[in-house]
Ligand binder design. Structure first.
Ligand SMILES: Cc1cccc(C(=O)NCC2(NC(=O)c3cccc4nocc34)CCCC2)c1
Length: 246
């Protein structure tokens, strides 16, 4: 997989390219990453990347020409059709289904905004889709771009090696994760659920699934609305509902 980023702060991406599973996937060449800074595509002495908004108002917008030229440079380097994603609060909220869709595009170009954003005509002419990290104010799109990179790279076959995490399975299956426990057996007077100490793997699997369903019902019942339940999950959810006096 090839990922290009367009950002005024390329060094920020070290947080993903330099650490953990994502860092290793890039180091091992499973994923190739390159970043382009619009400032390198300016032609004036002050290397200007921002511009006043028509109609007045506070703040600045990103200048069209440096951004457009940086995106075109990324397209050229992609050496094939690339999906251009603009990270923006006006975008479709990022969720696992969006991640699973993005990972099918062999080449992604992630564009991060700064200042108050970018000219709408740049979005119309260059951007395939807008994605949002959530409904809050950020200083730039880079953290959103890195969240997309992390989630997408984890889904590249081979990136997780043998340590496919349990979280991966449960959330990818549309449920919240079950509670986890490790040593010591008693911590501040609280002990570990006995089933986890018993070594009966089928019982442990069912307990974890039931606790995932309980937690999802308690904290994110919206996730249950849009998820098909297997027979086993329906039975376990009924038990949970009964235990809640629901
Ligand atoms: C709710 C709301 C309404 C209006 C503006 C803003 C806001 O935060 N505007 C500032 C910018 N925000 C983001 O880029 C950004 C923010 C949040 C999630 C994101 N997911 O991707 C990119 C994201 C846009 C241009 C530069 C930074 C937020």
């Amino acid at each position: 997989m090839w990922i290009g980023a367009v950002s005024l702060f390329p060094d920020m991406f070290e947080a993903v390219t330099g650490y953990g599973v994502t860092g290793r996937a890039i180091r091992e060449g499973l994923v190739r990453f390159q970043c382009w800074n619009p400032r390198d595509f300016t032609h004036d002495r002050h290397r200007t990347v921002d511009e006043r908004p028509y109609g007045g108002g506070p703040g600045m917008l990103m200048k069209i020409q440096p951004l457009r030229d940086a995106i075109h440079a990324a397209r050229e380097a992609a050496e094939g059709p690339a999906k251009v994603v603009y990270l923006s609060p006006q975008g479709r909220p990022l969720d696992q289904s969006a991640v699973d869709r993005l990972v099918t595009s062999e080449r992604l170009i992630l564009v991060s905004g700064r200042y108050e954003g970018v000219d709408e005509r740049l979005i119309q002419s260059e951007v395939d889709e807008e994605i949002s990290l959530g409904d809050f104010v950020l200083s730039g799109g880079e953290l959103a771009a890195m969240a997309v990179m992390d989630a997408v790279i984890r889904r590249v076959p081979g990136a997780l090696g043998h340590s496919q995490s349990a979280e991966e399975d449960s959330f990818a299956a549309g449920l919240l994760d079950c509670p986890h426990y490790t040593r010591p057996e008693v911590y501040e007077g609280q002990s570990v659920p006995p089933v986890l100490l018993g070594g009966n793997h089928e019982e442990i699997r069912r307990w974890r699934l039931k606790e995932s369903l309980r937690r999802t019902l308690e904290r994110r019942s919206d996730l249950l609305q849009k998820r098909f339940l297997t027979d086993e999950e329906s039975v376990l959810l009924d038990q949970v509902t009964g235990e809640r006096g629901g």
